[in-house]
Write a protein that binds this ligand. Structure first.
Ligand code: B12
Length: 256
């Protein structure tokens, strides 16, 4: 398989109307942006495909999939037994459909939550999203005139971190995984698009990063820049609820 073939295949299996976006990038371009502990040991022209989810993933594709799973169960209790981690199980199912089509091609998948044993993330998604042109990464250091972090205290083990904003979805999206191909090379004339920046003054940027770091539970950071498309109320409610209590929020989808 070559660059174009694999890119088209993955994009067709993870389409926009089902809430996915797929962005090709040169692994060397990612490596050029990170410090060496985050380097990916690939040739610089090896291909990476970054996959993110947008509001339709939950509202369309996940709803369809979980409703289909529900038809195989007699009761809500047995469904919760069969589907232990609904979103992760759904994403693994979609990833499997992609893997089945890669025809023996060698590849590696790094999820947003993939960590090395020392707890370092295997891939830094916001940087990857910026490099691949998916979403602009607003880092505290981008706004050098400001002093970061603000006076408030962070939770233990949490740093004051940057925020990626998508030009259409603002913060209503998530990075999911990257598929890395050692042997598939990006053509010389391929250039990753520049991520579109939502223009923020230093003051607006401070507010956006404060919302993300200190008030992320109320999701206001997602609306920075007034995005065109947002998560539905149900989706916000689902992701804002601890996993153990989430079934309550979607049980009206099923005929139990
Ligand atoms: C660890 C982690 C956490 C931890 C710690 C967070 C913290 N505040 O310290 C915990 C578990 C608490 C957490 C919580 C949440 N997280 Co979190 N988390 C991560 C994770 C796994 C790694 C982040 C990290 O440690 N990066 C390492 C540091 C060193 O990276 P960095 O600061 O960006 O540094 C790099 C850049 O500066 C780059 N660089 C240098 N120069 C330049 C120049 C340019 C131009 C560029 C582009 C880059 C660049 O080089 C550095 C590395 O060498 C990422 C997923 C991932 N794999 O990336 C999600 C992630 C950051 N989290 C995310 C979210 C949404 C959350 C939550 C809101 C989730 C929730 N609903 O519960 C909460 C609260 C967030 C908060 N403000 O704290 C999202 C952010 C999405 C976005 N739009 O930006 C991510 C990307 C996950 C995802 N799937 O999308 N998180």
């Amino acid at each position: 398989m070559d660059f174009e073939e694999v890119r088209q295949k993955v994009q067709s299996l993870l389409p926009a109307e089902q809430g996915f976006e797929v962005y090709p990038f040169r692994i060397g371009a990612y490596n050029a942006s990170v410090t060496k502990e985050f380097y990916l040991s690939y040739d610089s022209d090896s291909l990476g495909l970054l996959v993110l989810s947008t509001p339709n993933m939950f509202d369309v594709a996940f709803k369809e999939w979980i409703s289909e799973q529900a038809t195989k169960s007699e009761t809500l209790e047995s469904l919760t037994e069969d589907v232990k981690n609904p979103i992760a199980d759904f994403l693994n199912h979609r990833l499997k459909t992609v893997e089945d089509q890669l025809n023996g091609q060698s590849y590696e998948v790094f999820h947003d939550h993939s960590m090395w044993p020392n707890r370092r993330p295997k891939i830094v998604m916001c940087t990857c999203g910026h490099v691949a042109g998916a979403a602009y990464y607003y880092q505290p250091k981008t706004f050098a005139s400001e002093i970061w972090p603000s006076a408030q205290e962070m939770a233990p083990n949490c740093k004051f971190i940057g925020l990626s904003l998508h030009p259409i979805y603002g913060g209503h999206f998530a990075f999911r995984f990257a598929i890395l191909f050692k042997e598939i090379k990006v053509p010389n004339d391929f250039v990753e698009p520049k991520p579109q920046m939502i223009t923020l003054t230093d003051e607006e940027a401070r507010e956006a990063l404060d919302l993300f770091n200190y008030h992320w539970m109320d999701s206001r950071f997602r609306d920075v820049g007034s995005p065109e498309k947002r998560y539905s109320k149900l989706q916000m409610n689902y992701f804002g609820t601890p996993p153990a209590d989430r079934w309550k929020i979607i049980k009206h989808w099923f005929n139990f």
